[in-house]
Write a protein that binds this ligand. Structure first.
Ligand code: ADP
Length: 488
């Protein structure tokens, strides 16, 4: 199959979270299954820097091109390279006005959030790029609201062109809560027939809603875990689109993300000085010692090291963490927190660290090498997420013998099997259901008690380390979705 991926994030070039990880990894697994994948992403300042820092020269794939749609036109350059470490073509869509900004999602220089304009341009450029580069896809795989217009364009007549005649669309929801909502006045700038300004297309209560358009008009829709696929059909997690998702459930499927098992391999990880496996866990103890030294925390026997690595936003259950963490420290744990995000959370966490200088460290920032050392060196990973479409951290933790304590929502419920005393053959973590900080504390306390039982703990670690989180398993499920899309 000829598959075109279009995404706002592709790891390791530009990523803020799971979207980037998926779009950097799934194409590799699909290519291994014999598919012909081409990836399009915006050429952010960060992307140019990434390639410059890694000594990669970007090649001009086309002369400077006018991309025009509706009554808009913008110049685009198409730069060609390959997804790092692979032969998979990666086309970067360059336009300095839209993409040369301090951060991936920075607003315009005057503070106006022009995200919808930027990604409309990107989608039009993907279409133009395919036309000029002679790419005739069977599947256009769009991800999240940024590229939701691609299924809409395919539905609206693009399929009548030679290039896209056979193309079918698959749209993946990585996080339903970011929908690409704009004022009704934005609609004409998409260059679509007025038929698409309707509640069964892009209109949602008189606003433009790109996520909604992608869901309704794509041939197949996926999201990143079966539990999240069910949850988003409920008013509690549906973010206003649950009714639509219920009525379109026949074309909605949840597929748990894989992880890059080469990057996340405790036996070879270049960020670690000591390596380990389920059979030889001594290296994990050494990793813990090294981490405690790095964090300037004392090494104490029988003291579990809790960890938390995340964007600091309310989705991640930071309110529960802030309420429960002092009690966990008082109960005898040490903790390391790595994250950045909302200043109120950064400050509250810094304050807890200041009040517990002997047992808690908070590192504000995004630091991938440190994240690797934490997954390897910590004993327990905390993930009290309010919702979690898939979640990758718990899978990295499981692979590194770090036992997760999670709120049983979305992908966390699909990957963590909570220990309840009688399921040691299969359990790999601890869980709780409510959004109550006391329940989060109790689940963590239970984990801390079991940490003191070496036999039980080693079994929980071994169960987690044995799980198959490879992308091959997920890629095969995507393959079936592509087949369904082609037959639709
Ligand atoms: P989301 O996409 O909602 O942020 P995921 O669990 O799907 O959550 O993915 C988070 C990814 O970002 C993981 O690879 C995690 O290790 C990484 N990450 C998050 N915050 C940080 C940080 N401060 N430093 C390093 N890596 C981080």
């Amino acid at each position: 199959m000829k598959i075109v991926f279009a995404s706002a994030e592709v790891s390791p070039i530009a990523k803020t979270g799971g979207l980037g990880d998926v779009c950097g990894s799934l194409p590799k697994a699909l290519a291994k299954l014999g598919h012909d994948v081409t990836i399009f992403m915006p050429c952010y300042r960060q992307a140019r820097e990434w390639f410059a820092n890694n000594g990669v020269e970007l090649e001009e794939a086309l002369p400077t091109t006018h991309v025009s749609w509706a009554d808009w036109a913008a110049e685009s350059n198409f730069l060609r390279t390959t997804l790092p470490g692979t032969e998979i073509p990666l086309i970067l869509v360059a336009n300095d006005y839209y993409f040369r900004r301090p951060h991936i999602y920075s607003p315009r220089f005057d503070g106006y959030d022009d995200g919808i304009e930027r990604f409309t341009f990107f989608c039009r450029a993907v279409v133009r790029g395919c036309e000029l580069l002679g790419i005739a896809p069977d599947i256009v795989h769009a991800h999240d609201w940024h590229t939701a217009l691609l299924p809409v364009y395919l539905h609206s007549g693009l399929r009548r062109t030679d290039q896209f005649e056979h193309a079918r669309s698959v749209y993946t929801i990585h996080n339903l809560n970011y929908q690409g909502i704009g004022a009704a006045e934005r609609f004409p700038s998409f260059g679509l027939h007025s038929r698409y300004w309707a509640p069964d297309a892009l209109e949602h209560f008189r606003d433009v809603n790109l996520m909604k358009g992608g869901i309704i008009l794509a041939d197949q829709v996926t999201t990143v875990s079966p539990t999240y696929a069910r949850e988003i059909q409920t008013p509690e997690h549906g973010a206003g689109l649950d009714g639509i998702l219920r009525s379109l459930a026949f074309k909605l499927q949840g597929i748990v993300n894989g992880i890059d098992v080469e990057e996340w391999d405790s036996e070879t990880d270049p960020y670690l000085r000591s390596h380990f496996s389920a059979q030889r866990l001594a290296g994990k103890n050494l990793s813990k010692r090294a981490l405690l030294r790095e964090l300037k925390l004392p090494l104490k026997a029988k003291t579990p090291l809790l960890s938390f690595i995340s964007r600091l936003v309310d989705q991640k259950g930071i309110d529960l963490l802030i309420a429960a963490l002092p009690h966990m420290l008082a109960a005898g744990a040490q903790a390391v927190i790595l994250g950045s995000g909302e200043p109120r959370y950064e400050n509250a966490l810094r304050q807890i660290a200041a009040q517990h200088p002997d047992s808690c460290r908070v590192v504000i920032g995004f630091d991938n090498p440190l994240a690797h050392r934490i997954y390897a060196g910590a004993d327990i990973l905390l993930m009290p997420s309010m919702y979690e479409p898939c979640g990758l951290n718990q899978m990295y933790a499981l692979r590194y013998g770090t036992v997760p304590v999670v709120r049983l929502t979305g992908g966390l419920a699909d990957t963590v099997i909570p220990f309840h005393g009688a399921n040691l053959e299969t359990a790999n973590g601890f869980g709780f259901l409510s959004t109550n900080a006391a329940d989060f504390f109790t689940a963590t306390w239970l984990a801390m008690l079991n940490y003191r039982e070496p036999k039980t703990w080693r079994r929980l670690q071994a169960n987690g380390m044995a799980a198959d989180f490879s992308w091959e398993r997920s890629a095969r499920e995507y393959e079936s979705v592509y087949h369904r899309a082609l037959n639709s």
